[in-house]
Every structure is written in structure tokens, then in C-alpha cells.
Design a protein around this ligand. Sequence first.
Ligand code: MIG
Length: 710
Amino acid sequence: MIPHFENYEYHPGNATRFIWKDNYLEIHTDNYVILRIYVLEENILRFRYTTNGLWEDDFSYAVDPKYTPSNPGPEITDDPETIFLETKELKVCVRKVFVFITIMDKNDRIINEDEKGFHWEDFRKYGGHIVKQSKKVQIGEAFYGLGDKPVNLNLRGKRFKNWGTDEYGYNADTDPLYKNINVYYGLHGNIGYGIFLDNTFKSFFDFASERKTVTSFWSDGGHMNYYFFYGPSLRRAAESYTLITGRPEMPPLWALGYQQCKWSYQPDSQVREIADKMRALQIPCDAIYLDIDYMDGFRCFTWDKEKFPDPKGLVAYLDSIGFRTMVIIDPGIKIDRAYDVFNEAFERGYFCRRADGPYVKGKVWPGECHFPDYTHPEVREWWSGLFKGIIEDTGVAGVWNDMNEPALFEVETKTFPLDVRHDYDGHPCSHRKAHNVYGMQMARATFDGVKKYLKGRRPLVITRSGYNGLQRFTCVWTGDNLATWEHLMIAHQQTMRLSISGISFCGSDIGGFIGQPNGELFVRWMQQAIFHPFFRTHSSGDHGEQEPWSFGDEYTDYVRIFINMRYKLLPYIYTTFYQYHKFGTPMLLPLSFGTDQDAQAFANEQMECYLGEHVLFSPVIHPGARGTTVYLPSGSWFDYFNKQEFGGDQEMFVEADLGKIPTFIRGGAIIPHFPLMQYTREHPVDTIELQTYYKEGITVSHIYFDEYDG
Ligand code: MIG
């Protein structure tokens, strides 16, 4: 008999036998449920369940193909009630009745424990299961993660959905947004861990919202398949997460410089004017963006012949004064028999089809479009090849992928009908399963193409949507935010949250996309963003200007001060990127992730954060504010602006007029600085200033440098 809790809710039966194979323990039950517990590392486990004894192909877009588990063999024992699996760091207890899981550290402290554990519900409408997992909330437990959610850092008390959605002008608490990042962290006492649900169906996470003592997660289809990462520090849990889902290659240095964008700079003469003005006003900048209006009728991979008659000449001119050119590419391909890209994809059958045959049709900027199925390897290969023109022939340096949730106009669901078919790399499925990976597979194909035609130079790709693991291919921005003070705070929360969710290379539209900031808000946004890895101003252009000089000379001067500060700090930021690339360390670490002290004490800290190993900052986020309160962790700290020294373990108000963002350097640290420059390739850098912050004792600092591109 299948035990159940409520109507239509089922649970595994009792364990009847268990067996160790290669790198997993397989536990069979008396109702056909099988659980596999993989031991990938001493601190990393994977749990996989089938409800009927049948396994799907073990295929994942999230897991880095370069990852090879070290597969340490655990010790396995049992007694009449329980099966025990022990690694050097963990003890997993599987109760034989209903196979309930408890994960403990080696001191028998509970890290994570099933409540109902794995269970499932019929999903008749769909003809399948909703697979669920529920865990007990531990005392004082705080929760983090989930990518781009626009809420306070600690997720406790809230419920979220992951189903990528184009949310123009979202607000605090809007859910879901563009990205589908199924990883979260728990922290109680000094015990931190992470859980990654590798299931691409619409997924939900409830952190003690529905029931105060329970955290649960579930997906509208597929199998229960999740990874567990033990810290005990949250930082190590986050590093372990990217060990599995991958880390990015080093970006070119210019991609960490300041970038200027607008919807849209046009025609080409305006693009030149903006770039010239940056140089004339001595505001450092490394890249300028072309939004959708550079195209001919929004046809991807074409140029508007009137507004941009000589793209190669434009790009070469920009390059000559130190600007890289970035262009936007959307997934919608205009249905137009006179358009080569369309014809090729149409004839080769590369567009996504409805279940009953025809290509799915949807309206976006170009009008009626079809959409490539980026989950097909041959389609990705073809897509990559399309970048030859833009990159190799025209000289563009990188590509911006938008609308790839995928977003559709004029339909209530804002996306494809659910019956649409996808190849899913040889595992054909409907849009239910492929929706959340569509944008990531587009960005991946874009990355491969840009990389190929840059011939050894390093690519920059930016995406709006994506799934876990997207960080291997692309950086992200947070989409269509607003020019409000609330959004200044949200931008920092999202950026910190993305960073701990494996995606450090992230940033917001500085100043806000919708509406116009005043000078004060723009300066506060700019000074916060100098610490965000992706550093770009963007605006919708439905109002006035949003360039560094748009708010009057007084504000222009402040903006220049902060962009200069970013450039001076580039060797430190580049080194921090290297630590992310090499070890998966999040570049932005909220206090609870960055501390070596009592992490739980910082469980609810909202805005203060580390950039890399030695810089601590706390943005000012209120209009008219004269500063903000900062907590200095133990040790000694120096105010970056006036070099005043402070003891740690104290909270204090830090005065910060518009010319300052509260920033502290750890005592003993050495922070490498570049000389002033207008763009990263201005002169070969042969001098790096090492700013040394005194301490009696030892602090280890790092510096990484290389060719910076190629
Ligand atoms: O329907 O390309 O989030 O950054 O400027 C709007 C135009 C489409 C949305 C992006 C925004 C971009 C805009 N795009």
C-alpha cells in the first residue's frame, strides 16, 4: 500500500534493501520508489528519486561537463531502523521507514533534516507528478540565494516561483523575474549549507511561509533531483555549488571597465558623439552598446542602412578612441522570405514547433517571428556561425542577449504555449521542461559564436534570462528596473543575491531603466555600482538623457570621481574575478557569507557587503542621507577615503556626503591600484601602485594579472 498524507499526496514506502554502486548508494523501497544518494565529494551529495523504478537519462544543462567528481567512497552501515552513510565531513542517516533523511556533521549536529521529505502529488492536468521535498526549519535558520529575487537577503517567510518572465518595471516582491536559479542556502548557528534543485520545470521554493516550521521545494514535473553542499561556511557552500555548475573563463579586462548603454543610441553620429564626449570630459569608459534600433526592421544580424550605413567604419572609429562595441541580439527571427537568416532556419527546420507541427509564431519587436530551438545542438552550431558577420567582419566585441525568457508580446502568459516542442539535446520535451533553460542555451550558443570569431580574444556576452550554470557562458543584468530610491536598494540586493547564487558577473541598469533619476540618485547609484562586477549605465530613453554629464557639472564631477575610483581598483577587482573563476568564490559576499566570525549574527544584514577578500562597503540608499551605519567586523579597518583607522567589532555611523560611499579596507591588506586611465587599453600598464594598510600581524593579499585579453 502506498502511504499518503492528504488526498493525492504520496510518500516513499519502507526501505527493503540497499546497495552501493560506483559512486552512489541505491535504496529500494516496498512501493517502487528508489533513492540514489551520490557521494561526489566529502561535502557534496546528490539525491535522486524515482517513483516507479524508471530513471530518466541523467542529463543536465546545469552541471559543468568539465566537472569530474572525486567520488570518495563513504562508509555504509545499518541497524534495524537506519542506514548510515558517512564521509569525512558528513553523516547521512536514512530512516528505513519512509526513507527519511537527516544530514549531520561529524559532531552529530543536524545540518538538514527531512520533514515529510520526498513526496509527490498527481498533476492530472499535465498527466504526471508534482515532485516535492520538505525540510524542517532549524532554530533561527536564515535562507539565501535564488538568483534575481528583488527582496531582502534573508528569504525566510517567503515563497518564490522560478519561471522566467519578462517583468517590465518590476518592484520589490515581484515574482518570478527573468532568471531561474534553483539554488538556496540555509544558515543556523554556525552551520551553513546549500541545496540545488536540478529540475527545469516550473519550480517553487517555500521558506517557512506556508508552514512556519517547514521549508519546501517542488517542481511541476520531472524527477526529484537535488544536490547538497555542506559549508560549514556559506562561502564554501557557494564555492561547492559552482564546483558542480561551473565557473566562467576570465573576461577581458575591458569588460570590467565602465560601459555606457541606452535604448537606443542612434544614428551612428550620436554613438560617436557620446563616445567623443566621454573622452572630452575625461570620463573613463570602455564600451558602448547598440540596442535594437541599429538593426534593419529589428532583423537580427542586419544593420539599418540609413542610420548605420557603415558599421565597420563606426566600430573602427570607436575602437580608435578606446571603445569596444556591443550589440543586442534577440531570439525572435522575423518571418520574412526576403531575409536570409529566416530562410535558412525555416528550411532547415531550426525553429521551435507546436506539438501539432507548425512553427510557433509570436509577436516581438520585428512583428511576427519564429524562434530557434536553442536546445538543439545543431541549431546552436548554426546560431554561433551567424556571428561571423558582426564579430569577425564588423569588429564588434561582444553581444547582449535580451527577451530570451522567451518573451512574447500580446499574450497573457508572456511566453510560448506550453505544448511547444524542444529537442533538449536529444531528450525531446515540451516547453514545460525547456522554458527555464531556453535563455541560457541561447546565451551559450551566442558565447560560442562570439568566442569563435574573436579568434583568441576574450568574449563578453550578457543575458537577461537563464538557468543554473549560465555563469559558464555569460554575465547578466537585472532587467527593467526603475529610476527610484527603492530600486537603488533592490539593485544591490539582487546583485549580492546573484553573486552568492553562482553568478558574480552581474549588475543593474545604473540610474534605473524606466524613468529618470535626479543627480543625487544617479551619483548614489554610480558609487554603489563601482563595486558591482558588471558596471553599465542603461536607460529606456523614454525620457531625457542618462549619461554621466546629464545632471549638471556638480554631479558630473562626482560621477567622474567614482568611475575613476573603479578604474584605480581594477587590478583588485580583476584579482577578485580570478578568485571567482578559479575557486568559485562569490565576488560580492554579504556579511553572513564573508565572515569568519559568527555568521548567524549577520543573518539579517541587508546592504553591507564585501567585494573580494579585503574591501567592505555599505551603499547609501536614502535621499538626503548624510551617511549610513556600518558594522566593522573583528580586526582593524581603514576608511578608504580618509585613511582613518578603526577597531573592529563595532557599529558606527559613517558620514558620507555625495562624494563618498562608506568603504573600508582590512588592516594589513595590500590593494593594487592602476594609474588613472580613460580606458583599459589606453597605455600598456607597467605600473601598479600597492596601497598598503598597516597592521601588526599578518594579512595575506593576492594579486593576479595576465595579458588581460587573450
Ligand atoms: O521590450 O531592447 O530589458 O534592456 O533596452 C523591451 C530594448 C526590450 C528590454 C531590455 C532592455 C532593452 C529593451 N528590451
